[in-house]
Design a protein around this ligand. Structure first.
Ligand SMILES: *Cc1c(COP(=O)(O)O)cnc(C)c1O
Length: 237
């Protein structure tokens, strides 16, 4: 990697500016949207560079790859988010290594994460993943099952329910990138109205985070716009 010039500091500045502009355009107060840097497939040195530019929250999708990075950067006081699909046999490691999970989509996984969260740590922050365009994508819980799963998560001692997450299928974006995020926001508001204590809408990626912010996203998950293009496959795992 020696001598390789990256643009992470500039990219971060640009992304933060675009986030602030989208937020202002939507009439939202400054500082109400957080940036999660999606560092999957990028190495420890690349992450360090983002840390030097003030970034503290990182998202990973592949457990075996993430564990090495979390260990290598243990002294940096970073916040780690597991954003990938969660297999039941991986819950123990996820529950003990991460601060957040974004893709909880069934009770079995929620129960295991709660039971396996070490008592020495704060409760694991959880977003329930919503299948916002049912015909196209397969992951996430159906919108009409979201309330029940959120209530289940909220009842688990080792978990702290934070909100909803969605990954719209590219085809669903079409000419109106805000459409799936509008549906997500409506669901979020209906859950708030039911009395669920939610404060996080995990929505928006490199290609559409402004649309997500316009529809109330509080946490955008940005990879390529920050770190550059990813290889097609995970480095390992
Ligand atoms: C990779 C990833 C992102 C970021 O996608 P980019 O297009 O690189 O910004 C966001 N969310 C999840 C769950 C991801 O896996």
């Amino acid at each position: 990697m020696t001598g390789k010039k990256t643009h992470i500091a500039e990219n971060l500045t640009q992304i933060r500016t675009r986030m602030a502009q989208a937020s202002a355009a939507a009439g939202r107060a400054p500082g109400t949207v957080r940036l999660l840097a999606m560092s999957k497939t990028f190495d420890v040195e690349t992450i360090r560079e983002a840390v030097r530019s003030g970034q503290r929250a990182f998202g990973e999708n592949y457990l075996s790859e993430a564990v090495g990075k979390i260990e290598a950067l243990a002294d940096c006081g970073l916040e780690w988010h597991f954003t990938g699909p969660i297999q039941s046999n991986k819950t123990r490691q996820i529950a003990s290594r991460f601060d957040w999970v974004h893709a909880v989509d069934r009770e079995r996984v929620a129960r295991r994460l709660g039971e396996q969260r070490p008592g020495s740590l704060a409760p694991l922050n959880v977003c329930v993943q919503i299948n916002i365009d049912a015909e196209i994508s397969k992951s996430g819980v159906a919108p009409d099952e979201a309330a029940a799963l959120c209530e289940f998560v909220a009842a688990q001692a080792g978990l702290r329910l934070r909100g909803l997450m969605a990954i719209p299928a590219p085809a669903s974006l079409g000419s109106d990138p805000r459409r799936p995020y509008r549906r997500l926001r409506e669901l979020y508001e209906s859950l708030l109205a039911r009395g669920l204590a939610l404060d996080t809408l995990s929505a928006g990626m490199s290609g559409d985070f402004e649309a997500a912010i316009a529809e109330g996203s509080t946490l955008v998950r940005v990879g390529r716009a920050l770190f550059g293009a990813r290889p097609d496959k995970p480095v390992c795992g």
